[in-house]
Design a protein around this ligand. Structure first.
Ligand SMILES: CSCC[C@H](NC=O)C(=O)N[C@@H](CC(C)C)C(=O)N[C@@H](Cc1ccccc1)C(=O)O
Length: 633
């Protein structure tokens, strides 16, 4: 008999930053996420925020969760209220304290994201979403003077992505849907100029434009061009150099000396110092990070060191890393399917000094009783390769016979399930295998991690071809004697919750139980209830609730839900701004009105996640007990 408390005793150690002799990090040491600091070399972590403040999961924030400004003796930290995602930039002293609004409360009433920060010049970039209209405004802020300069305001939002050393020129990216973006140059005192792409308002009705998939913009040392990541030359993304004195002038850049092989994407280029960069890759979910030097003449990167991907830091996921320029060191958070998040620093000129700063463990359960998972990729109905993993109970647990199946669907939809102990799903997967279940985790079309074309396939097709990939997976799993597909349950959060409802309603013969965590039930009401600033994106990526009403109705779980035959458990956070509580409430009320079996678990102090310790214990326990009851392991 294993307890969920064993898995949850492994606390999160994420978003570390190394400043002088101090390691700053976010952790749930107290039962909810907060900000801490400890000495490099070891000391008892000190809380930097009062105990009643709970931070959001950095993965959901979209931008920096906090930033340290040592010379000003300040930390800028993004704080919401119990998951409502109305983040406000707040200031605390370097050694902690009660947060005060930054910029004299200028951002009150908006939802703010913290973009790039420059500790030396005390410059920050902030993106403020209106809570009343479709307007997103981008600012450059000076923490020393309190000055705020407006860089742009659009319904789509522009995200600062690279700046010159003096911050007089900034690259702004306006994104419409995944990969479809336009790059602007902001220059102090001048009108914003398009560098790459065609702004949406200049496009003819139905006009097809090239997808650039831009990210990771970095000005080169001479500031005449920018290095960036793009899908323009390679579907799985590659570096390119953009001439800033011209328009639409992009050149491919090679990378020499990579050590990994396999299917995946390049995911980031980060300027370290001068011509030195960190290059980030995601190879079938596993992280690789290299240190490389850029040769501007040859337009090539030469890898100097493997930072993540080999040795201690192999076969797992890099949650985040931070480069400490004065100390020429890296600090990072890394986890795998069977090992919780740990903070490591990589030091020394040869990058061969790897120091582990935490000793988190799953309490009382040997690591070999956890499941590494195995590759279970398959070919779908139209020949598309679908990446997937199958987590089976460890042999030592002594389960015999074919195992009942829990089918886990990730969210986004443009997300990816990775060997990531920091994310909600991994403790659940491990707890389920400890209880005798097989857990199947696919990354169907629409997921990130397998190239731009793969990811784009779910745009304006929610519950379409991706649904059929799931149905196909169930046919393939039927042939695996280790798995009993006749005792199968489905679970997912957010878009995964939507897909859970869709699969349970449209393919009722496949399931004996379903758990929907905050999934949209009715795509029209869902679209009307999301924050105003998200509506322009969802009108394209999902469908327009006015002009595409018939399509959205056909793709809504509400339209098919009467066909559901298995029991359903619905889980929801009261403060969720993305899929509001009303959406799950409507689902539960409707199912009860037609006599279907449904349980409702609603957390008063959660948003689009389940983050607080007591809630996590309850959530994982209820999901597992539900599947024990319905699938009989
Ligand atoms: C500018 S809108 C981005 C919305 C974001 N989707 C990103 O691709 C998102 O919040 N998706 C939700 C579903 C939606 C509200 C119906 C979602 O599935 N959330 C996931 C978390 C996640 C967020 C972003 C990217 C991947 C996963 C979840 O909570 O599991």
């Amino acid at each position: 008999m294993y307890r969920i408390e064993s898995l949850l005793s492994a606390r999160l150690f994420i978003s570390p930053k190394l400043v002088g002799n101090r390691i700053f990090f976010i952790s749930n040491l107290s039962g909810h996420l907060s900000l801490y600091a400890m000495d490099h070399g070891g000391s008892v972590p000190e809380p930097l925020l009062p105990p009643q403040i709970a931070l959001q999961n950095p993965h959901l924030i979209g931008g920096e969760p906090y930033f340290v400004f040592p010379d000003s003796g300040k930390i800028l930290v993004m704080i919401d209220r119990d998951g409502d995602e109305n983040y406000q930039p707040m200031i605390i002293p370097l050694d902690g304290g009660f947060p005060e609004p930054a910029f004299e409360g200028f951002f009150e009433g908006t939802r703010v994201h913290l973009g790039e920060c420059d500790a030396e010049n005390k410059i920050v970039y902030l993106i403020a979403e209106s809570r009343a209209s479709e307007a997103i405004t981008t600012y450059q802020g000076n923490l020393s003077t309190g000055e705020l300069v407006k860089l742009a305001e659009t319904p789509w939002g522009t995200y600062p992505n690279g700046h010159t050393a003096d911050h007089r020129r900034v690259l702004l990216m306006e994104g419409y849907t995944f990969g479809d973006s336009v790059l602007f140059l902001w220059e102090r005192g001048k009108t914003n100029r398009v560098l790459m792409g065609k702004p949406i308002l200049d496009r003819a009705e139905g006009e097809q434009v090239p997808l650039y998939g831009f990210s990771s913009m970095n000005f080169t040392s001479d500031e005449k061009s920018a290095l960036c990541l793009t899908s323009f030359f390679k579907d799985t993304y590659s570096p390119a150099e953009l001439d800033l004195n011209a328009t639409q002038d992009l050149h491919p850049v090679e990378v020499n000396g990579l050590k990994h092989s396999g299917v995946g994407e390049m995911t980031g280029i980060y300027g370290l110092e001068g011509a030195r960069f960190a290059l980030d890759y995601n190879i079938d979910g596993v992280s690789w990070l290299y240190e490389a030097e850029y040769d501007a003449e040859r337009k090539e990167f030469d890898v100097k060191h493997v930072l993540v991907g080999e040795g201690t830091l192999a076969n797992g996921m890099l949650e985040s890393f931070y480069y400490d320029k004065p100390g020429d060191r890296f600090i990072l958070s890394f986890s795998s399917a069977t090992s919780p998040t740990q903070i490591y620093s990589i030091e020394g000129q040869e990058r061969n000094l790897i120091i582990r700063h935490t000793r988190e463990k799953v309490l009382g359960i040997p690591q070999d009783l956890l499941s590494d998972g195995e590759d279970a990729s398959y070919t779908s109905y139209d020949g598309t390769r679908i990446s997937a993993r199958l987590y089976l109970p460890a042999k030592e647990l002594g389960f015999t016979g074919s195992r009942p199946l829990v089918y886990y669907v990730h969210g986004g939809p443009q997300g990816q399930e990775r060997p990531d102990f920091a994310w909600f799903s991994m403790p659940l997967i491990q707890y389920l295998t400890l209880n005798g279940f097989a857990v199947f985790v696919p990354n169907v079309r629409g997921s990130t991690g397998y190239g731009m074309r793969y990811t784009k396939q779910v745009d304006h097709d929610w519950g379409g071809y991706d649904r059929l990939d799931h149905v196909e997976a169930m046919k393939i799993l039927e042939k695996d004697k280790r798995v009993d597909v006749h005792r199968a349950g489905v679970v997912g959060r957010s878009y995964g919750g939507y897909m859970t409802l869709t699969l349970a309603a449209r393919h009722p013969e496949l399931w004996k139980g379903a758990v929907d965590m905050f999934g949209p039930f009715d795509l029209i009401t869902f679209s009307e209830r999301i924050p105003e600033t998200w509506k322009p994106y969802f009108r394209i990526a999902l469908g327009d609730p006015v002009t595409d009403a018939d399509f959205l109705k056909e793709r809504s779980p509400r339209t098919h839900i009467e066909q559901i035959t298995c029991p359903l458990l619905v889980i929801q956070g009261k403060n969720d701004p993305r899929v509001v509580e009303r959406e799950s409430h409507d689902l539960v009320e409707y199912l009860r009105s037609i006599g279907k079996q449904v349980d409702y678990l609603m957390f008063e102090n959660e948003g689009h996640d389940v983050l607080k310790y007591e809630n996590r214990v309850r959530c994982y326990t209820e999901i597992t007990e539900f599947f024990k009851k319905t699938l009989q392991p």
